[in-house]
Design a protein around this ligand. Structure first.
Ligand code: NAP
Ligand code: ZN
Length: 351
């Protein structure tokens, strides 16, 4: 079916109207009418080919929420009109050990990403800045009741990316958790860590975001340019989630960890960051990476957010404003996530 979308035709953009063919749903597939899509910083990184593997035209978007429009014969557990969600993972081999453990993001054959990737039939995947998506039902998520569909969209990447390390590191009562970088990922991490019962500290370079600490559920906020305020927290964190998108000095933050503390890296600066090894050696501290999360964990995360009434703080935009939104993200000028109201695309003349 012909689908309306917005694509970059080349790495330096801009995003412009682009129509393309989505395959019709096969027996295991669901056709989703997309209604909201969050804008993740990774859309910009991949869109501008900062990883060096992007192909064009490129339709970004991997934080999708919509309704079931049609289903294949073998699909069970979904019904027409139901609210559903699509994240980063739309296929994987389903046979390897990571897939068996629910870590499809680490599929040994490589998972099919919902945008700027290839599906297992070799077709390019076009993302959620579009009106419809065809997806195998095994990768489709249910949107629990009680979640606002628009503010739930960012949970599909930002939410699961921070839920995974929070769970892995046992965020909860008696744990002190730092969230470094208060963008889309960071502000959801604050809400989740606080809901898990951890003592939650925002570490932000933006004084105006520190003012939102109580609203977001943080116990404390530290402005990272204030070295005295940072020093007051030295050696005290069980773990820190580092969501910073740009080049920064992580050696400033490693000393905040207690002995055996860990910094989970989820931000993806495209340049190498130097590490002062003694800061790790002297206190058995560690750095670890974390990539999104598997399908079952993403569903679990959505249930957790529904139970704790967690959604993103969003600024809703029309599709026509998507280029301006990307520029504002580059300038660190969003509180805290843009979401595209795709009704503006459904109703548009996009070619
Ligand atoms: P975002 O909304 O743009 O937020 C990034 C935040 O980092 C900013 O709000 C800012 O926070 C801080 N920051 C940015 N540049 C900085 C710099 N040079 N120095 C210090 N602080 C800086 O981005 P996002 O969508 O949350 O994504 C964050 C990062 O995670 C991106 O690199 C993205 O590609 C990556 N990501 C990774 C995964 C994964 O699976 N690991 C998944 C999704 C996204 P303050 O204003 O508070 O300082
Ligand atoms: Zn993302």
């Amino acid at each position: 079916m012909i689908t309306k979308g917005y694509a970059l035709k080349q790495a330096d953009g801009p995003l412009e109207p682009y129509s393309f063919e989505r395959h019709d749903p096969g027996p295991d597939d669901v056709l989703v009418e997309l209604l909201y899509c969050g804008i993740c910083h990774t859309d910009l990184v991949v869109g501008h080919n900062e990883m060096g593997q992007s192909n064009y035209p490129l339709v970004p978007g991997h934080e999708m929420v919509g309704r079931v429009a049609a289903m294949g014969d073998r699909v069970q557990g979904f019904s027409e009109g139901e609210w559903v969600a699509i994240g980063c993972i739309v296929d994987s081999c389903r046979a390897c050990s990571p897939c068996g453990e629910g870590d499809e993001q680490h599929c040994v054959e490589g998972f099919a990403m919902s945008f700027a990737s290839k599906d297992r039939q070799g077709r390019p995947t076009f993302g959620g800045y579009s009106t419809h998506y065809t997806i195998d039902h095994r990768y489709l998520l249910k949107l629990p009741e009680g979640l606002d569909p628009a503010s739930a969209a960012p949970l599909l990447c930002a939410g699961i990316t921070v839920y995974t390390p929070l769970k892995r590191h046992g965020a909860g009562k008696d744990k002190k958790v730092g969230i470094l970088g208060l963008g889309g990922l960071g502000h959801i991490a604050v809400k989740m860590a606080s809901a898990m019962g951890a003592h939650t500290v925002m570490l932000t370079s933006s004084p105006d975001k520190a003012e939102d600490a109580a609203k977001l559920g943080a116990d404390e906020a530290v402005i990272t340019s204030d070295s005295d305020a940072l020093a007051a927290h030295a050696g005290s964190f069980d773990f820190i989630i580092n969501t910073v998108s740009g080049v920064h000095d992580i050696n400033t933050y490693i000393p905040l960890l207690k002995t055996k503390g860990c910094m989970a890296l989820v931000g993806a600066p495209t340049q190498p960051l130097p590490v002062m090894m003694p800061l790790l050696l002297m206190a058995d501290r560690s750095l670890s990476g974390s990539l999104i999360g598997g399908v079952a964990d993403t569903q679990e995360m959505l249930e957790f957010c529904a139970e704790h009434k967690i959604g993103a703080d969003i600024e809703m935009i029309s599709i026509e404003d998507v280029n301006e939104a990307w520029e504002r993200i580059e300038r660190n000028d969003v509180k805290y996530r843009f979401v595209i109201d795709l009704a503006s695309l459904h109703g548009s003349e996009a070619a």
